[in-house]
Ligand binder design. Structure first.
Ligand code: GRG
Length: 296
């Protein structure tokens, strides 16, 4: 099976499980459950759950046993997108080509849907020991990892610095802080969650962490390049030519060619971190290729 087919297989498996874990459509009170389901099933790439499954497989674990944890991380990711789109934050009307949650359900319901997704995520993590034969020690460790990645040392910290930087010129360190926390933290926690639950040795965990950090960086730089390319194509300008309207991004701060080169270097570092793994880490290698070459 090729990488894309494998990613699609995993995404289907994750979708089926998410459908089971989410409150049933129509169950009381129906609107919040509809709002939660709307954003969860709005076409995400499911990269973070794929990283959880792959983290487990890389250390000899079984993907099914970590599926619940993988779903928990996707729910947490979805919450962050729903809240990020709110008028008080990025004020976006569309995500993944569809109207954002608050555009469909209103602001208050979108806040609550995000809160409910986050809460359900931690509930699912706490219940992970029932689906795999994990000891409570591993489950508690994973809950702490994910809480750190979601909090002010992770997503929320990145979001705050991003908000405070809006409209200001920022330096490379600040941009790196934003990316490491908004994107990298959850990538890192995803791989580590799968690997910790599956009983990774400290050295394996170290290498997988270096892998995820570099993958997250490559992903974010490519995201920045795609954003700029999208905006400039809309304006009919050559990619990299619009220096006035650019947000703080890798291409804006480093230049397009240097940004591409930093992304490639990060990809090489990610692959290098897998040197001591065999074929069991092939999906993780494929993911690097996917992230670097993606067009959406
Ligand atoms: C806690 C409100 C709050 C925000 C945290 C994660 C985050 C900060 C904001 C989300 C918006 C954003 C641009 C984050 C950077 C990470 C990123 C590029 C997310 C999109 O990830 P994909 O492309 O999403 O994997 P899909 O649509 O595939 O699920």
């Amino acid at each position: 099976m090729g990488f894309k087919e494998e990613l699609a297989r995993q995404a289907n498996m994750v979708d089926e499980a998410l459908n089971e874990y989410l409150p049933k459509a129509g169950s009381y009170p129906p609107l919040i459950h509809e709002a939660m389901r709307y954003s969860v099933f709005a076409g995400g790439k499911r990269l973070r759950p794929a990283l959880v499954l792959a983290g487990a497989r890389a250390v000899g674990g079984d993907e099914k046993s970590v599926l619940q944890a993988a779903c928990a991380i996707e729910l947490l990711h979805t919450y962050s997108l729903v809240h990020d789109d709110l008028p008080a934050m990025d004020n976006d009307d569309f995500r993944r080509g569809n109207p954002t949650n608050h555009k469909v359900y209103g602001e208050a319901m979108a806040v609550l849907a995000g809160d409910a997704l986050l809460t359900l995520a931690f509930g699912l993590l706490a219940g992970v020991s029932q689906t795999g034969s994990f000891g409570a020690d591993r489950v508690v460790r994973v809950i702490a990892e994910v809480a750190e990645a979601a909090g002010t040392a992770g997503l929320i910290g990145g979001q705050v610095v991003d908000m405070q930087s809006t409209g200001k010129s920022i330096d490379k360190q600040t941009l790196e802080y934003i990316h490491v926390h908004k994107t990298g933290a959850l990538y890192r926690a995803s791989v580590r969650t799968g690997a910790i639950l599956a009983g990774a040795a400290p050295e394996q965990l170290y290498h997988l962490t270096v892998y995820a950090e570099n993958l997250g960086l490559a992903f974010q730089i490519v995201d920045d390049i795609l954003d700029i390319a999208g905006d400039e194509q809309k304006l009919g300008k050559p990619i990299g030519s619009d220096t006035k309207n650019q947000k703080a991004t890798y291409p804006a701060l480093h230049g397009l060619a240097a940004a591409r080169s930093i992304a490639r270097q990060a990809a090489e570092q990610a692959n290098g971190a897998l040197a001591s793994f065999g074929a069991e880490a092939d999906f993780l290698r494929g993911l690097v290729c996917f992230v670097i070459n993606r067009e959406y």
